[in-house]
Design a binder for this molecule. Structure first.
Ligand SMILES: [Zn+2]
Length: 342
């Protein structure tokens, strides 16, 4: 039995029990100050040593040091436990699934133009159409002449054409690809030609100097306007994911006879009239018609044997309607956000 130090054994148990009883770090800090602080219990005990005889002072001093070590160890141990508990509580509060893979970044997605184009290609290949492509820089024959748009005809102005120094044309429509298809394939011909086209337009919310078109061409015997109407109505229903009100209006284009425009009811206002449909409740979507006999002739096909229908859509407008994008510039400037999907 260590004389004069037996009481300190009890204090070791006391500080250990107190440490375990601390339920948070605040309480533990109070314990540290009470036992180990400058004005704490242990400092007080050490100060009382001076009054003791030398022999007893050494023994009791060692016992106080042991108590201080025990108190420090009890405090550190409990501190570690409470800190881990606090971390667990923070995780629980945040509903963090610790089994989830970490460091996930937002994944890239396909551009809406690509997404919808894949659907269109899928739709038409299912009907036996092939995808045809052609050069983006065209000559006048394929972009205009063969399409029954004679030189110096005012109709050429309609397309706001860019010209290169060598009078080459960044194609104003993918109709040039249809001409190439008729020149190189034997009927029956069924092609769609998606691609980028170029117009000298002032860029605003509904116009761009470069945009995408998807055109379609079918050449066979006994082709009528009914085939075209059915094809377009099916296409629109497919693309919009539901049946949408449509209407056909007669229209003039030099490369078709007769020509027509397919309008769809404005999806932004359900036909009531808004800024996007310019108050009409309709959006002009797909011009088309039966291929003009002169166009067939220019491509070496006998108009008495073959007929065809052709259509072309401003594909960006279709993408904008499908995904609720109200400014064409968003498709090209990298600030694309999905607003809503129809
Ligand atoms: Zn509208």
């Amino acid at each position: 039995m260590m004389d004069g130090a037996a009481d300190l054994d009890g204090r070791v148990i006391e500080v250990q029990a107190e440490a375990l009883a601390c339920v948070d770090l605040g309480a533990l800090e109070e314990l540290r100050l009470r036992w180990l602080g400058k004005k704490g219990e242990i400092t007080g005990l050490l100060k009382s040593l001076g009054a003791l005889p030398a022999e007893e002072r050494a023994r009791r001093g060692a016992a106080i040091n042991a108590l201080r070590d025990s108190a420090t160890a009890a405090w550190e141990s409990r501190k570690g436990e409470l800190e881990r508990k606090a971390e667990d509580a923070a995780l629980d509060a945040g509903w963090i699934d610790v089994t989830a893979p970490s460091g996930a970044r937002p994944a890239g997605r396909l551009h809406p133009i690509t997404l919808l184009l894949e659907e269109v290609i899928d739709h038409f290949t299912g009907l036996g159409f092939e995808v045809a492509t052609g050069p983006e820089i065209e000559d006048e024959f394929h972009n205009f002449d063969a399409l029954n748009i004679p030189k110096d005809h005012p109709a050429r102005d309609v397309w706001d054409t860019f010209y290169t120094d060598r009078r080459e044309i960044p194609r104003t429509h993918t109709s040039s690809v249809q001409i190439r298809a008729m020149q190189t394939r034997k009927p029956p011909i069924r092609v769609i030609s998606p691609g980028r086209v170029f117009r000298n337009e002032t860029i605003d919310a509904t116009h761009h100097a470069s945009f995408n078109q998807v055109e379609g061409l079918l050449v066979d015997r006994h082709v009528t306007i009914a085939h075209l109407k059915h094809t377009l109505e099916t296409l629109v229903a497919k693309l919009m994911g539901r049946k949408v009100e449509t209407r056909f209006r007669p229209a003039f284009y030099p490369f078709v006879e007769p020509g027509l425009d397919l309008d769809v009811q404005c999806v932004f206002c359900a036909g009531v009239g808004c800024s996007i449909c310019k108050g009409s409740g309709w959006i002009e979507l797909i011009p088309g018609g039966l291929v003009h006999p002169k166009v067939l002739d220019a491509c070496g096909l006998d108009p008495d044997q073959w007929q065809g229908f052709a259509f072309g859509m401003g594909f960006d407008r279709m993408v904008m309607m499908r995904y609720g994008i109200d400014d064409i510039r968003r498709l090209y400037d990298g600030r694309l956000q999905l607003v809503r999907q129809f």
